[in-house]
Design a protein around this ligand. Structure first.
Ligand code: ZN
Length: 102
């Protein structure tokens, strides 16, 4: 199973692109796990990592996009902590996201 191709955040739809670490993933000389581009609505994920790591990276970039969309103004450390917190809550409580059948 690979990552989804897109993610809807509010009224915006971001394309998810698993890429080799090219210029889109290099920020100030550092190779990033992922990168979000708000204007072109694209999330780049460095494909050279394991699935679990890519999922965490995607969630991290989604939190950045939510932050931008709703003008929350989170700091990077807060995005990192929210990513860890949400990853473990979602993993430990799969029923949270399960759709209800009526
Ligand atoms: Zn970040």
């Amino acid at each position: 199973m690979s990552l989804p191709k897109k993610v809807k955040i509010g009224w915006k739809e971001y394309k998810i692109l698993e890429q080799p670490p090219d210029e889109a993933l290099i920020d100030g000389g550092t190779i990033c796990y992922g990168q979000v581009f708000y204007d072109r609505q694209e999330i780049y994920i460095n494909k050279n990592y394991r699935k679990k790591h890519k999922k965490a990276t995607l969630l991290h970039e989604v939190i950045h996009a939510i932050d931008e969309q709703y003008s929350i103004d989170l700091k990077e450390e807060q995005v990192v902590s929210l990513t860890h917190g949400l990853m473990s809550v979602l993993k430990d409580n799969p029923a949270l996201l399960r759709k209800e059948r009526e």
